[in-house]
Design a protein around this ligand. Sequence first.
Ligand code: XLS
Ligand code: NI
Ligand code: NI
Length: 437
Amino acid sequence: MNFPNIPVIPYEGPGSTNPLAFKFYNPDRIVAGKPMKEHLPFAMAWWHNLCAGGSDMFGRETADKSFGAEKGTMEHAKAKVDAGFEFMQKLGIEYFCFHDVDIVPEADDIKETNRRLDEISDYILEKMKETGIKCLWGTANMFSNPRFMNGAGSTNSADVFCFAAAQVKKALDLTVKLGGKGYVFWGGREGYETLLNTDVKFEQENIARLMQLAVKYGRSIGFTGDFYIEPKPKEPMKHQYDFDAATAIGFLRQYGLDKDFKMNIEANHATLAGHTFQHDLRISAINGMLGSIDANQGDYLLGWDTDEFPFNVYETTMCMYEVLKAGGVTGGFNFDAKNRRPSYTAEDMFHAYILGMDAFALGLIKAAKLIEDGRIDKFIEERYSSYKNGIGAKIRSGETTLEELAAYAEEMGAPELPGSGRQEYLESVVNGVLFAG
Ligand code: XLS
Ligand code: NI
Ligand code: NI
């Protein structure tokens, strides 16, 4: 046992002061017609939880993630599997997400790396069968190794492109082997630093080519899930091509990838793009591309991907509002989040997940209440009511011409003001619902 002092985390309710208990996440509680756990398929991110030790640019690791084995060995890789499954079981988390290099130490030779991946995935599969825990999505890390300094699909080197292709192929094999629901492309270094050395069109065509090849191969080996793009505007590159949901969706449509791909929206990436989390969720949803969510939060005072555990209940509420309105996600809620560097103990790992799961449970409860309350929906409906009849209805149905509209305007004279947006009133409705008893 890796966490001998941590019990299975119970639900104790909002009044509880037990740090190792859920206050709001009650998996079987019915909200908006189904159990919380069905609304919220939570996933553990292998990389943050089992690999990252809190190092930053100024200092080495503070958290010990050796789990009793020597780092860089297959024993350590297995120890991480044991720790990960114990962790997920204790929290009642049903899914995990991984990069290839999270689960084994990378060898110099890809054949050896792949052999290690076969070995560890056999072991993971055993654990999955034992526990019922499933894979949400897999991906290939094509950004850490120096060979990917200029990107993977977007690299200037055809040899590096081939290496990336080999990693995608293997990561897809693993995702299928582990029954993953999705496969993610986060464009880690798919972007550029300066146009003085970059052919943007060439690079974007190559990224699309890699994705097209992945779809073709994935479907040929029986992958029936969704591919995802995870948009992010910057970091590590100055300009990343998948800036935000709208940009990524346009890219997918341009290259005929929109039937196979959806979005994996990360809260902190949306805010780095200058949007709210809710905005990118809405853009994905209205395009039928709300796939999965990387559940974390950023810091509005800091301009990078701080990957904090979700704490802001306004944000989780508005996220769940979008998710409920969209009829759910096809993927899940992956905690792409890490403990702060000074929170380096095993208890902290549990506290972090309890915080995140409770924040989303609260968000779900409150979002369901907002919808049930109906005042927001009613307001929006009335706000556009001038399109219900008459000239408005003709505009909506497309049965008009610019000449007809101009004649209408001339006849009318000046229109009345369009009506108050009532933002402050609506915000107070939200607070009323959030903080009502
Ligand atoms: C980094 C990304 C990354 C993806 C998976 O900012 O969030 O962790 O989720 O490659
Ligand atoms: Ni992410
Ligand atoms: Ni991120």
